[in-house]
Design a protein around this ligand. Structure first.
Ligand code: ADP
Length: 198
């Protein structure tokens, strides 16, 4: 580590943001499996794309099949999963992109780590607060059924903890609000707290 030096380059974040026409941001969705994170992320990206914004979705299942395919679903694996995602999100935010992340990210400490790494003025924690019973009834990937049947261990909400956010920037209820209502709430968030493009 002591032989590593931070290299300075001529083009910085503000140059890239000027080119993009908007600041880089990270919209961090957290919630149980089946809460609606991927669905809301997708609908939000469609809306932002329509508005001409540069976006990218980092999604739990996709990242777990690539960058993080070496990680188990143990507590340690989940912590490393989120640490890497936060680092990637930070790089993409620095590139001037609005990054939407869709990970269960069950532990408060890792979400705080992500906020610290990315910077509080660029990071918004969004709690997709859908009751476990609703997520379990939806069971889009059949994971709850497997977990209840003893064929899947470490399932968040069943035999692995989900630590609810205490002070999220936004709470959306994926059971009583429509996907469009959730997207509208996130677009409002982007308008109200986005730092000005420099
Ligand atoms: P997650 O990414 O949190 O695991 P998914 O988005 O994969 O969740 O799955 C959520 C499921 O719930 C989808 O089948 C989606 O169509 C459905 N759904 C129903 N109502 C909503 C809503 N208001 N917001 C998000 N998803 C919803």
């Amino acid at each position: 580590m002591q032989n590593l030096h931070l290299q300075k380059f001529s083009i910085d974040r503000s140059d890239r943001e000027r080119l993009a026409g908007h600041p880089g941001r990270v919209i961090w969705l957290t919630g149980l499996s089946g809460a609606g994170k991927s669905t809301i992320a997708n609908a939000l990206e469609v809306e932002l794309y329509r508005q001409g914004r540069r976006t990218y979705i980092l999604d739990g299942d996709n990242i777990r099949q690539g960058l993080n395919k070496d990680l188990p679903f143990t507590d340690e694996g989940r912590i490393e999963n989120i640490r890497r995602v936060a680092e990637v999100a930070r790089l993409m935010m620095d590139a001037g992109i609005i990054v939407i992340t869709a990970f269960i990210s069950p532990f408060r400490r890792e979400r705080e780590l992500a906020r610290d790494l990315i910077g509080a003025d660029r990071f918004s924690e969004v709690f997709v607060d859908t009751p476990l019973a609703v997520c379990e009834a939806r069971d889009p990937k059949g994971l709850y059924k497997k977990a209840r049947g003893g064929q899947l261990q470490n399932m968040t909400g069943i035999d692995s903890a989900y630590e609810r956010p205490q002070t999220p920037d936004v709470i959306v209820d994926g059971s009583t609000s429509s996907v469009q209502d959730c997207v509208d709430a996130l677009c409002r968030l982007l308008r109200t707290v986005a730092p000005p493009a420099t």
